[in-house]
Design a protein around this ligand. Sequence first.
Ligand SMILES: [Cu+2]
Length: 184
Amino acid sequence: MKSLLKKRLPGILAAGLVALAVGAASAPASASPSENSGGATVSALTTAQVKAKAKALRACAKKRPASRARACRAQVNRKYQLLANKPPPGRTITVNLGDDFFAPALVDLKVNDAINWSWADVGGFEAHNVTLDNGPIGVSRIDFASQTTTAPSYRFKRTFTKPGTYNFVCSLHFTMTMTANVTR
Ligand SMILES: [Cu+2]
């Protein structure tokens, strides 16, 4: 550490030295799960990705001034968080389709929870579907469009990654509605 600082000393101001020491000390820690939201994101990286991330963070540590090193680290952490992109698994709630209703018709979910819609109770007579009537901005109706079927074995499972209110309808039966409230 001492020699490392000596080597870096010429190029930096005294004020930057403190920031550098802090930055250098925290650099190895950023490869550990604690700096990321949820340790699961890190373990989702492959061994090669973990190595590449550590290398990128070491490169960041050499940047001057300290603000550039910080921005670099933040960018690397963001990049590998996106690569890991494995949010902690949420719960799965089963919603049954009936004639003509959803049960339950109101569900409260957390982000990353899922609904598994089941046609088991439909009875095989009348076809129903799950159609997103309206949802949060940025959520596409196509993402929540099941088949229209009578098949009791049919399941339609979707994970809710955006918070907000989702109103669903069976497009064949306009009174057959349900709501999912998704919060963080
Ligand atoms: Cu229906």
